[in-house]
Design a protein around this ligand. Structure first.
Ligand SMILES: Cc1ncc(COP(=O)(O)O)c(C=O)c1O
Length: 287
């Protein structure tokens, strides 16, 4: 019995549908041995996948980046996601897909004949509550100690895990990571900065994971006539931002109203957040 999960929920593992509590992989799976794999998370509302094509395109990019060929087509992935949502019977949920290089004798080099391990599970997802949406979150700034291929959604998440634990130990909700004095991202989310009415986001490069919300927020900003600029953002600019916010599949968009123990702007959710949040809710309602 795994605590705090629905052990009876059905997961997909290498072509089989099994109870989560019964699903097993080999100790020699390279995901376990080396963190040699990738993942993605597709959110769904009322059983309908949200921005699925973007998530599947990123999954394919991650697989290509690390040289795993599953033989799965886009149609196969789409069918897996929709089928898993239907089997789960859940409304608001998230579909977790993980692929590793498979099971082989322990050796760093890629194995010749390993079959990739493909795993998929669906979990219920509770949308961020009114307190988080209205009062906002707290965060502290920390150095980004991760590797230089953050654009790959790798299961090697130790840097992100240690970053989130720093937030927990500091008694805040998340961290903002900085590399060489410039903003990268949160522990598992993208960060947005508002200065003088302009929405700023760090460049989409190898130093961040480009969230599927990146494109969405760009669209919502355009619709709300909020000027949007992608550029390097210094620590000093974050310190004196008018608004900070974060986005991810499960957190959607949330304001950060306390940063490094000081209020951000007026210390409440700001007007740019309010405009983007309203747009985000509208897109979900129209699904
Ligand atoms: C490191 C990191 N950055 C950004 C994101 C946000 O990506 P998305 O909006 O696709 O959830 C995530 C999501 O898990 C993440 O882990």
């Amino acid at each position: 019995m795994i605590p705090d999960v629905d052990n009876d929920s059905i997961v997909y593992l290498n072509g089989q549908y099994v109870r989560l509590g019964d699903a097993k992989i080999s100790v020699l799976d390279r995901g376990f041995i080396f963190g040699d794999g990738i993942y993605d998370v597709v959110p769904a509302y009322q059983g309908k996948p949200f921005r699925m094509e973007g998530h599947l395109a990123r999954l394919e990019r991650s697989l290509t980046a690390i040289g795993i060929d599953t033989g799965m087509t886009r149609d196969n992935w789409r069918a897996l996601v929709t089928d898993m949502i239907a089997r789960s019977g859940l409304g608001d949920c998230m579909v977790y897909i993980q692929v590793t290089r498979g099971v082989a004798r322990r050796d760093h080099a890629f194995p010749e004949n390993a079959q990739p391990t493909i795993f998929c599970m669906v979990s219920p997802f509770t949308r961020p509550d009114a307190t988080k949406r209205e009062k906002g979150l707290s965060a502290v700034g920390i150095p980004d100690i991760r590797w230089l291929r953050c654009e790959v959604k790798s299961v090697s998440l130790l840097g992100n895990v240690l970053a989130k634990q720093q937030a927990v130990e500091a008694g805040v909700d998340d961290v903002l990571q900085f590399r060489d004095g410039f903003l990268s991202e949160g522990s598992s989310c993208n960060i947005w900065v508002v200065r003088n009415g302009v929405l700023l986001a760090p460049p989409r490069n190898n130093l961040i994971l480009e969230g599927i919300r990146y494109g969405l927020i760009e669209e919502l900003a355009a619709a709300a006539n909020v000027p949007f600029e992608v550029r390097a953002i210094s620590e000093a600019e974050v310190d004196t931002a008018d608004e900070l916010m974060l986005t991810s599949a499960t957190k959607e968009i949330l304001p950060i109203t306390r940063y490094n123990a000081r209020p951000v702007g007026k210390g409440v959710a700001g007007p740019v957040y309010a405009a983007l949040r309203a747009g985000y809710d509208k897109v979900i309602a129209a699904l």
